[in-house]
Design a protein around this ligand. Structure first.
Ligand SMILES: [Cu+2]
Length: 121
């Protein structure tokens, strides 16, 4: 029956069409402004049971990369709960993008006296 065969063909073709549409969309990204791609990278080292630098000002769209350079594990946890790196082992890195302006104070959940803040301005 021709109609059933064509229906089957459509079902088989659907995932391929969806995949190619996704690939085309991500390659072109016509709806995204270039700002997030152009954002700067900033580095915060976690070393000696401290965030270095402890205070940092970035622009909207910038990314802050936290690297744990201590032998002990640490976290990067926002006071507000807006972000939480989870446990970072020695040498582990996590990048966080900041898009909304504001002050983001954070601490280490394992060593709460470790504090830092990011200002997005
Ligand atoms: Cu810690």
């Amino acid at each position: 029956m021709p109609s059933r065969r064509s229906l089957l063909a459509q079902i088989l073709a659907a995932p391929l069409l969806a995949a190619s549409a996704r690939a085309g969309g991500s390659a072109a990204e016509p709806s995204l402004p270039p700002t997030p791609v152009m954002g700067q990278m900033h580095q915060v080292d976690i070393q000696g049971f401290a965030f270095q630098p402890a205070t940092l000002t970035v622009a909207p769209g910038d990314t802050v990369v936290f690297t744990n350079r201590d032998a002990a594990p640490h976290t990067v946890t926002a006071d507000s709960g807006a972000f939480d790196s989870g446990r970072l082992a020695t040498g582990q890195t996590i990048g966080m993008s900041f898009n909304a302006r504001g002050d983001y104070s954070y601490y280490c959940a394992l060593h709460p006296r470790m504090r830092g803040s990011i200002t997005v301005a």
